[in-house]
Design a protein. Sequence first.
Length: 207
Amino acid sequence: MARSKLVRPKHQDGAPDCGCIKCKPPDEKERIGRAKRSGRKKGHDWERAVAYEHLQPIFGEGQVRRGKQSREGHDEPDVIVPEEAALWIECESSKLCNIRGKLRQAHFAEGQHRIKCPSSQHRAPKAPVAILKDTNSGPPIVAMYLPNWLELVRQWWQLKHGDNRPTAVGALEARGDLRDMRDSVRDLARELLALVGEDTRPPHESD
C-alpha cells in the first residue's frame, strides 16, 4: 500500500487561519524557527565530525571536505573524499534516522551529478553511503547497498590476504624444494651453454 505524502498547506490571502506557517502566532513561528535552526546546526556539526574527525585521519589532511549544496538540491555529497575511494557520502543526524531514505537520496544525487557533470560520466558510479547518527540512542551507523558492501569487502580481503594466499611456488618454498629446483635448472643451463658454445666454435678450434 502506497504511503500518502504529507502536503504542507500554502498560505491563502484573506483567510483567517489557513494552517500555513505565516498564519501561526508569533511565539509559534519563533519556536518552529528555532527548531529548524537547531536541526540544521546538528546536521552541519555531524557533517564536520564525519569529515574531519573520522575520515580525515584515514585519507590525510586536505583530502576530505564538506560538500557544497545549493537551494535546488545536492550538487555535491555531504562529505567529499578522494576520487579513488568512489564513495558518495550523505550524512544525517536526527532523533530517528531514515536509513533507506538517505540511501535513496545518495543514489539519486550521485546519478544527477553524473548527468550534470560531463567530466564524471567516463568513470564508474560512486557507491552511495549513508552515515547516520540517532541523537537519542546508540552509536552512529554506516549503511550501504549490499552489492557495494560486498565489493568493498572483496577489495579489502584481497588487499589484506593477497600476499598470504597459498600458491604452488609458496608450497615449494615452504618445503625447501624450490631451492633445489633452482640449483638444478642453473646447472642444466650451464651445461647447455657449454654444449652450444662447443657446437658454434669454428672447426679448427674443435680439434
